[in-house]
Design a protein around this ligand. Structure first.
Ligand SMILES: Cc1cc2nc3c(=O)[nH]c(=O)nc-3n(C[C@H](O)[C@H](O)[C@H](O)COP(=O)(O)OP(=O)(O)OC[C@H]3O[C@@H](n4cnc5c(N)ncnc54)[C@H](O)[C@@H]3O)c2cc1C
Length: 133
């Protein structure tokens, strides 16, 4: 996968990694910037690039921005998932997946993948989030 970050090529915000990623701190600040954050695929967080992780990044960053707006320190930190997760539906009832478990990665049965994702591909969850349900 190629990171589409050419618009940062002049290096004025930050030097990118050789992979074109933006270096971030544990609080997901762009390294060297206390009020600039990065989330999602563009970050150099050492994990596979997933929408699910991008959403977790966003929660950390939203918390930190809210804290700074209240005049507090940004203390929420993101820790890269130790085990990769994936939900791969095959139609609304089939599929396979892997989620982190207490003793390492857990393989999910098709019914669980369908329940989490396959039945509506998260459309219900996002309709609720954006108030369009
Ligand atoms: C085929 C495929 C399947 C995937 N399946 C899954 C999956 O099942 N589950 C999962 O969790 N993840 C999956 N992913 C990964 C997931 O899509 C990404 O991790 C997620 O979209 C990252 O979100 P993002 O906001 O960081 O980046 P993006 O979703 O890529 O958003 C970046 C946005 O910035 C825009 N942009 C780029 N340059 C500029 C510019 N100069 N000016 C203005 N806008 C610009 C782009 O057009 C884009 O809309 C999949 C990815 C691919 C390619």
């Amino acid at each position: 996968m190629r990171i589409n970050s050419g618009y940062l090529a002049d290096g004025r915000l930050t030097p990118r990694t050789p992979q074109g990623q933006v270096p971030v701190t544990e609080t997901l600040n762009v390294r060297g910037h206390g009020h600039v954050y990065a989330v999602g695929d563009i970050t150099d967080v050492p994990e596979t690039k997933r929408a699910g992780y991008a959403m977790q990044h966003a929660e950390v960053v939203a918390g930190n921005i809210a804290a700074q707006l209240r005049g507090e320190k940004a203390t929420a930190e993101y820790r890269a998932a130790s085990d990769p997760m994936i939900l791969l539906p095959l139609g609304p009832r089939g599929g396979v997946g892997q989620l982190p478990g207490p003793g390492g990665p857990d393989v999910l049965p098709a019914e669980t993948v369908a329940e989490y994702k396959g039945a509506d591909l998260f459309t219900g969850r996002f309709a609720e989030l954006f108030g369009t349900a």
